[in-house]
Design a protein around this ligand. Structure first.
Ligand SMILES: NC(=O)c1ccc[n+]([C@@H]2O[C@H](COP(=O)([O-])OP(=O)(O)OC[C@H]3O[C@@H](n4cnc5c(N)ncnc54)[C@H](OP(=O)(O)O)[C@@H]3O)[C@@H](O)[C@H]2O)c1
Length: 377
């Protein structure tokens, strides 16, 4: 199953809105065929492995597959039919189909055909492959994930604003891999003005990859006639989407569109982008995951409005101990631990001396926003 997970990962970022899936066939303790789902619309992993085998499997052959085989006739036909027709009599399955309408039906269909089914093998690791897909299917909404790089005392930058680099090169390489996975990435206007980021995935041996790049800028303060940010002028500018409000100047909107940049104008009572409407628009556009990279103002607003679903927290062994340095989050009034926000399904990884903690965000029943200290807009 570990090998099947490796196979699934070969399509990292290429299968949206479909999941990544790996499959292999074992005869007499030896892997004789491998397959993975390469891209949306392409054959499923099970069919790829059977095609690679190119002959009838030997009696006693097993198939290992990271996700429960589909039993409904989509664009490519049910995989359970292909397995039944192949003559394979044993199927080892990682994660169960996250769609409640289909979950364990694949197991049942195979068992009814007299095939032995071994479910839940490395189930958590197999499910972790498809964080975005699982959320999209179950919540029918995009996975909004926040990435932060902080010190041990939870700071994002020194009081001077210096933040390059808190985490080490290995952590930053891992961030590049997540950028390659998510179909979209997002930052606030403050980050664009201060850092002029490129927001692409740059991985060794691979061409630079550009996800959709969202800039939250309610009043288009990033549009500077004298020096436009790289996001609006580089070769990937057609992949930049400025999310703004009806309070921004129409001339600026036209200017961005003339540059080839996309603009979403969302109606708002204030100059701040309404986050629930942004989510709705992502649903309409079929964007199933967004990776948020800051900064503090935007991400605190998302947190206060319960808009983040997942957190990636890279922590470096560094302490600033300066109350004027930039905190990861702010603006809540948390009197009791029960009012805190928790992570579930936590995963820990080390990158040299840095640690990544990542997991699903679980909000308490009510969050108390301290309006005096923080304006949500
Ligand atoms: N260590 C890390 O992981 C990390 C990651 C990214 C950034 N950073 C650092 O963070 C700093 C920038 O952060 P920042 O807090 O100044 O700016 P920011 O969060 O990047 O941008 C905030 C701005 O976004 C606009 N916005 C639009 N809709 C919004 C909404 N619904 N809610 C909140 N804001 C909305 C607002 O512009 P208006 O004021 O015009 O309304 C707001 O001021 C930089 O120094 C950067 O280096 C650190």
């Amino acid at each position: 199953m570990r090998r099947a997970i490796e196979l699934a990962r070969l399509a990292w970022g290429a299968t949206h809105p479909n999941p990544m899936v790996g499959a292999l066939i074992v005869e007499d303790g030896t892997v004789v065929a491998e397959g993975w789902h390469e891209k949306d619309g392409g054959p499923h992993a099970e069919r790829m492995a059977l095609a690679q085998l190119g002959r009838a499997p030997k009696p006693g052959a097993s198939m290992y597959v990271t996700l429960e085989p589909c039993c409904t006739h989509g664009r490519t036909g049910a995989c359970t039919d292909a397995i039944k027709a192949s003559g394979i009599r044993r199927v080892v399955i990682g994660a169960t189909d996250p769609n409640p309408a289909h979950a364990v039906h694949g197991h049942e269909v195979l068992r009814e055909a007299g095939i032995e089914v071994v479910p839940d093998v490395l189930a958590d690791d197999c499910a972790d492959l498809n964080l975005i897909f699982n959320h999209w299917i179950t919540a029918k909404s995009p996975l909004f994930a926040l990435k932060l790089a902080s010190t041990l005392d939870g700071r994002l930058a020194c009081r001077s604003g210096e933040s390059k680099w808190i985490t080490n090169e290995q952590s930053r390489a891992d961030v590049m891999a997540w950028r390659r996975l998510f179909p979209a990435i997002a930052v606030g206007s403050g980050t664009v003005v201060k850092d002029n980021p490129r927001l692409t995935a740059r991985m060794p041996g691979e061409a630079e990859w550009c996800p959709l790049r969202f800039v939250f800028d309610g009043r288009l303060r990033t549009v500077d006639e004298r020096s436009m940010p790289a996001l609006y002028t580089d070769e990937f500018r057609a992949r930049t989407v400025v999310v703004t409000t009806n309070h921004s100047g129409e001339g600026y909107v036209r200017k961005l569109r003339a540059l080839g940049v996309q603009v979403w104008v969302l109606p708002s009572l204030t100059t701040r982008v309404p986050l629930d409407q942004f989510r709705q628009r992502c649903v309409q556009e079929g964007i199933n995951g967004v990776f948020f990279e800051g900064g503090t103002v935007l991400t605190s607003a998302f947190l206060h409005q319960r808009q983040f679903d997942y957190l990636f927290m890279y922590r470096a062994p560094l302490i600033l101990a300066d109350e004027k340095s930039k905190p990861t989050f702010s603006g809540l009034r948390t009197e009791h631990l029960a009012q805190g926000i928790r992570l579930q399904g936590l995963r820990l990884q080390s990158f040299g001396d840095d640690v990544l903690q990542r997991g699903r965000i679980v909000y308490p029943d009510s969050l108390h926003v301290d309006e005096a200290r923080f304006s949500m807009g």
